[in-house]
Design a protein around this ligand. Structure first.
Ligand SMILES: [Zn+2]
Length: 262
């Protein structure tokens, strides 16, 4: 069996391992998610040190040991350093990594998901994007690529394109008034939010979000649906990054309200 693997990789996690090394959580082009030791990467003079930070895309040569891979060579392709400067950008970036780590199985190559995360990091690093919308874009796209296919376009049962529509977590899509199931919970979704969700699933690359406008109420509604869907279908959660972001967003809105009332 070939012990060496040359692959592109995104750094999802980077933790100190002993005094010299780092343990990396990687999402690789060739093998999907895997863990690797970067020997000596905690030393400032190490050749690996610069390439093992979060939000880095690198070309790696990995040696496969008994239980772990070891990084033997590393060449940085791109680093998105601006994400780490702002606490909100950083938290969103980390949430993207957390979600991928929780939802994707080890060892399955998923090039489309690789490109999605890279694209969303780039978009966050470029700045100017509505981060809440970017997070919903990432969640919906990721769920689609993993086979959950959230459906907002038209009625799942009869294909009617006119609302009002009702969202069902169990079916992962919307139904018209006539077809809405009676034996399971459904939630009325506003036509604006339904249209935004459908556009997010179909647009690419992430930078096109800059042309999309959403009200605070629509963003809140969409977050509610995506959150429920993530919890229901993936059985995974709570997401640390998401809870922290909610706290940050609430503090920011309270501050704005306070400033406006002065
Ligand atoms: Zn219908």
């Amino acid at each position: 069996m070939l012990k060496l693997l040359k692959t592109r990789a995104l750094v999802l996690r980077s933790r100190p391992l002993g005094e010299r090394d780092r343990l990396l959580g990687l999402f690789t082009w060739e093998k999907g998610k895997l863990s690797a030791v970067a020997p000596g990467a905690r030393k400032i003079k190490s050749k690996l040190a610069a390439g093992v930070d979060y939000f880095t895309c690198a070309s790696l040569l990995l040696y496969k040991g008994k239980s772990l891979y070891t990084v033997t060579q590393l060449e940085i392709e791109s680093t998105f350093r601006k994400i780490s400067i702002d606490i909100k950008d950083y938290t969103y970036g980390m949430y993207f990594c957390e979600l991928l780590e929780k939802l994707v199985e080890e060892g399955e190559p998923q090039p489309a998901i690789f490109n999605l995360l890279l694209d969303c990091w780039r978009c966050l690093d470029n700045g100017g994007v509505d981060r809440e919308i970017l997070a919903r874009y990432y969640e919906l796209k990721l769920l689609s690529l993993l086979g959950y296919h959230p459906h907002f376009k038209d009625c799942l049962y009869c294909g009617a394109s006119r609302g009002p529509f009702f969202w069902s977590n169990n079916s992962g899509g919307v139904f018209c008034e006539r077809c809405r199931p009676s034996n399971t919970a459904v939630f009325l979704i506003s036509s604006g939010t339904q249209a935004i969700a459908d556009r997010l699933i179909n647009l690419s690359p992430a930078a096109k979000i800059l042309n999309l406008r959403a009200t605070e109420a629509q963003k809140k509604e969409l977050q509610g649906f995506t959150r429920q869907f993530l919890l229901q279908w993936t059985g995974t959660g709570p997401f640390k990054g998401l809870s922290f972001l909610e706290k940050l967003n609430t503090q920011e809105k309270d501050k704005k309200r306070y400033n406006a009332s002065e």
